[in-house]
Design a protein around this ligand. Sequence first.
Ligand code: FMN
Ligand code: SF4
Ligand code: SF4
Length: 264
Amino acid sequence: MKIAIRYYSGAGNTKFVAKKITKALKQNSHRVSSVKVSEESNREGIDDDFDVLGIGFPIYFREAPELLFDLLKRMEGKKRPVFFFTTKGLYSGDAMKNIMAFSVDQNFSPVSFAEFFMPGTDFLILFAKKDSLMERVLKRIHSRDIDKKVAELIRKVEGALPAKTPRQKWYTDFDERVVKYFENKYDNHHRAYIGQFHSNPETCIECMKCVNGCPRHNIVLDGHIDFGESCDVCFNCIHNCPTDAIDIGKITAGNVRYKKVELL
Ligand SMILES: Cc1cc2nc3c(=O)[nH]c(=O)nc-3n(C[C@H](O)[C@H](O)[C@H](O)COP(=O)(O)O)c2cc1C
Ligand code: SF4
Ligand code: SF4
């Protein structure tokens, strides 16, 4: 089968899982194209030449990032199968249910989905001090059965049986009424960090990793590293800077950086 995987990934967790799925599908002799979704790739649209679509995303505030909905909006499912995978730190609310329902509106037929527990890229940088117990605990939260889950996902994709709709989570009401109320009240709280990202000129080695890796093209090197306002607060830049030169105000001083290499 020709399988198109489109995924979003901030700090790298979802990319890691997308690679595993791609490798396993290729081992089963499928032709796979795997692309990280960005605003540009969405503008360019998607090559419609595929039999099955795979959508991967991290959970941000119990939802799939908007870019994935934008992508699906531009697509015509023609009743083709679609499967979903997500990485999450703790809980995903009804994100999977919502994006699956959206894909049905776009005329896709959901066949399978999988959720992978991974270290919370938000929690680590915002709340965990380096070398603390919390760091050790949070970094160990990887789906233990990741390869088993990938194999199960692929088995269902190949079987093309219709996916069951994920059950509404028990805490959805609490989430909608209380948690989201406070998030909105404080302007989604992460938005408060926009404008506070800065890089330390003494430790920055101008490697351009943050500039090239920012999914929103929000970082420029103009004498020094400069951050704009169009930020998803995905934490890619801050986690993957080789010299830990980036901070958000003073909030992240001395806190954990979680490098992609730790996933290998
Ligand atoms: C802005 C932001 C919001 C997040 N919100 C949630 C959440 O609501 N629930 C959850 O389980 N994890 C949440 N996380 C953790 C990520 O879903 C998790 O670490 C994921 O694996 C990150 O994948 P990525 O590295 O591909 O971006 C959040 C992370 C960020 C950066
Ligand atoms: S990733 Fe870090 S070291 Fe590299 S340019 Fe950005 S701030 Fe500087
Ligand atoms: S500037 Fe914002 S959008 Fe860009 S990598 Fe950093 S956190 Fe992500």
